[in-house]
Design a protein around this ligand. Structure first.
Ligand code: ZN
Length: 164
């Protein structure tokens, strides 16, 4: 029993060290693998970083924060939001040679209530709207940047990924 517990502890320490290792040296790196777009919501800033670290992206992505993430890009009420993101994608390509766009939406997002003019959305309704926005986001990005790969994630309010 004691050996089993020690074994589990060693595995956990090794996993923690592996997750904590930067994927590249920030003092010498000149490129980034991805541009990440997240919502502005204060509750998930740290969770987005933990998630990206767990996927091996630490020190390897540029980051844009935009209310609603994919919806912020897709919406047409504020023209400047999409243009600002497009300008930054262009910059990230030119300066850091990014190959991927990662968008991280989240549940209970205030931007969804704002843009869809709803005071409350059921979980099912909100997931459906995120799916629609991911599809539109992918389409718009591929129209302008067919060479970039797009990955869409939906994060629950506790930081876990919702499979859509
Ligand atoms: Zn949000």
């Amino acid at each position: 029993m004691k050996n089993f517990i020690v074994g589990i502890l060693i595995i956990l320490i090794v996993l923690y060290v592996l997750i904590s290792i930067p994927t590249q040296n920030q003092l010498t790196a000149h490129t980034a693998k991805a541009l990440v777009i997240t919502c502005m919501d204060f509750r998930l800033i740290d969770d987005a970083v933990y998630f990206l670290n767990s996927k091996g992206y630490n020190n390897n992505y540029d980051n844009i924060i935009l209310a609603g993430a994919s919806l912020g890009y897709n919406q047409t009420k504020y023209d400047s939001w999409k243009k600002t993101v497009d300008d930054h994608i262009g910059l990230a390509k030119k300066l850091h040679h990014i190959k991927e766009i990662i968008v991280i939406d989240h549940m209970d997002c205030g931007a969804y209530k704002l843009f869809y003019e709803k005071t409350k959305l059921s979980r099912t309704e909100e997931i459906k709207l995120h799916k629609e926005n991911f599809a539109k986001f992918e389409k718009l990005i591929y129209q302008t940047y067919p060479e970039l790969k797009v990955y869409c994630y939906l994060m629950d309010i506790d930081g876990k990924i919702v499979h859509v």
